[in-house]
Write a protein that binds this ligand. Sequence first.
Ligand code: BGP
Length: 510
Amino acid sequence: MPKFPKNFLWGGATAANQCEGAWQEDGKGVSTSDVQTCGGLQKYQANLSGLPEDYRPLFKRMRTVTYRDAEGKPGAAIPFKSSTYPDGGQPAILEDEYYPGQKAIDFYHHYKEDIALFAEMGFKCYRMSIAWTRIYPNGVEKEPNEAGLAFYDQVFDECRKYGIEPVVTISHYEMPLHLSNAYNGWVSRQVVDLFVKFAAAILERYHTKVKYWMTFNEINSIVHGGFSNAGVFSKKPEDLETASYHMFLASARVVNLAHEKYPEIQVGCMLSRHPLYANTCRPEDNMETLTKENHNDFYYGDVMLRGYLPEYKRKELERAGISLPIQPGDLEELQKGVCDFIGISYYQTGVAAAADQDLEKTGANMAISVKNPYLKASEWGWQIDPVGFRYCLNQLYDRYHKPIFVVENGLGAKDVLEEDGSVHDPYRIEYFRQHILEMGKAIELDGVDVIGYTPWGCIDLVSCSAGQVSKRYGFIYVDVDDAGNGTLKRYRKDSFYWYKEVIASNGEKL
Ligand code: BGP
């Protein structure tokens, strides 16, 4: 069995928009995640004609973002596919739709019980996010909402009570809906200032309680669609490039602010890492793989971890006729605001081919790829690849030489709650066993500096891409279904007891 470092941060991860619920309590504003439906249950089906034909079946039952078009007519689009957004119109809550995030698993009222369960598993850390709309309901207020600030004080104090280190994502797939509607989200440079104001308020309030911070969850997912992580509701490629540029700038400013005022804390970036293998050893397939990896993932890491806009991206933008809104002083800020560590999510690998029209595709979430015949997939089509995890860790460490914090990894599956309250999930245990083994090899055999591991959805929550709770990730089962019915009671799954042993043995007992 591989040996893990002594202070390795074992834990679990959630995000406010997927677990808190209480969407209108204590002054919280409406967020971009409050207008997203549950896949399979939604009344308004998205118009998929903007997608390549072979992608459409994969998106049929995905969650949607609802909107009113320019004439006020209701409709829906796929949040992670900008090409399905209508021209004109705005995201909106429709009276006859159901939005699972508004209630979620009601962590807002169950946090004490949930953190006690995390402590029972022996968590050393807990990754969570702060809902921007609890602190600045519309994003534009002058003063923060004290009730929102007080809630997170209580959550951090509860963690600290058990010696659990909170790890905080400042923005995890949500922002005030007002900023999306009034500014088209991060397309506007004004949002940079509004975000820095939000980040400054929470850093000031919590810097003694929270040591590890990350600016944006999966910042690179904007290549697939602009709404969920950037509040951008338009399909223009230049809008998406502008938005991510503004997010880089905001991240750098927050890093610089943190370094100046609170030298004891660390600020990381967070990348969704989806390594690609070439479909064949044809040079063209390999060139395509390199190009796609740069475009989808490394561009974002290069800016946030190396501190400059890479040449391959400058050339790509030039060819597309897009110029970034760079202002004097920006590039110096980016250079200075390099992140302290690399937060990543790793779920799957994909396959790239120079000509993929006739190849079978898989991956029913934001990242569709050619199917890999050597891998099994989850019920949702995500290809399971533990060796790819070791490959991914090596690749990132070699490129950036910064500590890596694996803040998401896990298996979404359908679980069955037995009459006696048990949940038997050997598939999840097997998934984690294989992934932890490969992570251990990356540390021990390859020398990669991995500082922690927080499996995603350590307690069942609302799926980000599907909107379903029935796509369960947790060690803890929550009795709530896709339509929000259930007692919300928590149950320990078999994986709960297994993970507890893993942590207690520092990864030796797998
Ligand atoms: C990541 C997101 C998470 C989370 C996870 C699992 O992309 O950062 O918010 O939800 O994926 O994905 P899903 O919920 O779509 O199964």
